[in-house]
Design a protein around this ligand. Structure first.
Ligand SMILES: NC(=O)C1=CN([C@@H]2O[C@H](COP(=O)(O)OP(=O)(O)OC[C@H]3O[C@@H](n4cnc5c(N)ncnc54)[C@H](OP(=O)(O)O)[C@@H]3O)[C@@H](O)[C@H]2O)C=CC1
Ligand SMILES: O=C(O)CCC(=O)C(=O)O
Length: 423
């Protein structure tokens, strides 16, 4: 029984390993190196009490995984979600290792999570949970050890509580221990929009690569949080693309004449976070959104949105993975055989961690950059990563995901060989 449960629990990590081993095979990676890189260096599980507003105590479970610290301190967000498991957090940390390497950042990969339904917490309970979680993981984080950031259902306010808790606990000022902070307390201009902006930049590169005019392209976006909103907004406002469909957990909406992204966000804000009842688009099913006849599909919600069940029905020409792991390896094969260009998560959403790196650089040096400087540097990094991946795709005759992993694994493997394995 124990063995069966363990196998099931680890399934997301096992899926992720398939991509890693495919790239390792194509690039002829030394199997001894692969053995080291295939497993996380360290995972911490914490169980901690929080006093609820009615006086009850609830015990929550959280995790912080450092998959790799070969290229530098572990880096990656913290997710709050009822479905968070150690398997998911370790997989997300594994992906961060390859993302940071591909984006050419001096970081390894990490990720954290707390199993909690934040919709059931009051604002005070939310703050107490955040502070207590960060206190529990304070022993293993630090601006040169492991640097958390926002992810699903965490935001700059949560980062403010994290950094404050850390600084009070450790009795020192260390703003670089967390990125994605509010600008007023050491955050970087442009971090909030960074993942969406980076996605828009590489999507434009992919359009050019395929000979698609982005200003005439249609777009469907799954997820209307940080990544989905900024991706949709920037593709619409700065690249002139027509965003015809947007979904969140509450509803999926479609208007063939286009949806005004800003107008929909205002509606969401005034409608307690729900998209239901938006009068300027028709409601469709979540399944229909993914199968719309659009040029660009941006899955920007959670893992496993496109599986072998629905991949054959996907009609987009480009899939830009805003989320981490939205396409399963089985679905990937189907999409590739249909000639759909998938911009993999570690490339498409690498803009977030890139500007996190910019924030950390500013913190460590006690300086501030202008927004234009951040945006220009981000665009340059995204374009460079895209070009590098296309070069590897051509060299190895493979898809963009395998090519991205080849570039990313190559850098980590070289660093590992140079550094060796002994302390
Ligand atoms: N934040 C960042 O900088 C980065 C995030 N990512 C990844 O991007 C993804 C989204 O993260 P982020 O935007 O930060 O998270 P948010 O919590 O800000 O947003 C998540 C969005 O997904 C929606 N959603 C949840 N389930 C569904 C569903 N079944 N169908 C449609 N929409 C759904 C939510 O709906 P509702 O609004 O109703 O809750 C919400 O709009 C994650 O995979 C994350 O790991 C990757 C790189 C960086
Ligand atoms: O900004 C960061 O450090 C990490 C963002 C993140 O968690 C991700 O890219 O998935």
């Amino acid at each position: 029984m124990e063995a069966t449960l363990r196998e099931e629990e680890r399934s997301l990590y096992q899926q992720a390993l398939k991509v890693f081993y495919r790239a390792a095979y194509v690039m002829e990676l030394d199997p001894e190196i692969a053995k080291i890189l295939a497993v996380p260096e360290r995972s911490l599980t914490v169980r901690f009490p929080v006093v609820m507003d009615d006086g009850r105590i609830e015990v929550f479970t959280g995790y912080r995984c450092q998959h790799s610290t070969i290229l530098g301190p572990a880096k990656g967000g913290v997710r709050y979600h009822p479905d968070v498991t150690l398997d998911e957090v370790e997989t997300l940390a594994f992906w961060m290792t390859w993302k940071c390497s591909l984006m050419n950042l001096p970081y390894g990969g990490g990720k954290g999570g707390v199993k909690v339904d934040t919709t059931k917490l009051s604002p005070r309970e939310f703050e107490r949970l955040s502070r207590r979680f960060f206190y529990e993981i304070s022993d293993i984080v630090g601006q040169f050890r492991d640097i958390p950031a926002p992810d699903v259902r965490t935001n700059s306010q949560v980062m403010a509580w994290f950094v404050d808790t850390y600084n009070k606990t450790m009795r020192r000022y260390e703003p670089g221990v967390v990125t994605g902070k509010p600008v007023e307390i050491g955050g970087s201009l442009g971090r909030d929009e960074a993942t969406g902006r980076g996605l828009a930049v590489v999507t434009a590169e992919a359009c050019e690569y395929l000979g698609i005019d982005i200003s005439k392209a249609t777009v469907a976006v799954q997820g209307f949080g940080n990544v989905g909103y900024f991706s949709a907004k920037i593709l619409q406002q700065e690249y002139g693309a027509k965003v015809v469909a947007i979904s969140a957990s509450t509803a999926a909406l479609y208007n063939p004449n286009g949806i005004d992204v800003e107008d929909l966000m205002n509606y969401k804000m005034q409608n307690k976070g729900s998209l239901v009842g938006y009068p300027k688009a028709q409601q469709i099913s979540h399944k229909e959104l993914l199968e719309l006849n659009v040029d660009i599909l941006v899955p920007a919600a959670l893992e496993n949105a496109i599986t072998e069940e629905n991949a054959d029905n996907v009609k987009a020409k480009i899939i830009a993975e805003g989320a981490n792991g939205p396409v399963t390896p089985e679905a990937d094969k189907i999409l590739n055989s249909k000639g759909i260009l998938v911009i993999p998560d570690i490339l498409a959403n690498g803009g977030g961690v890139t500007v996190s790196y910019f924030e950390w650089v500013q913190n460590v040096q006690c300086i501030r950059w202008e927004l234009e400087e951040v945006r220009n540097k981000l665009a340059k990094n995204m374009k460079a990563a895209f070009a590098e991946v296309v070069k590897a795709k051509q060299k190895y005759g493979t898809d963009l995901r395998t090519a991205s992993y080849i570039v990313a694994i190559g850098r980590v493997a070289t660093a590992l060989k140079l550094k060796g394995i002994y302390p």
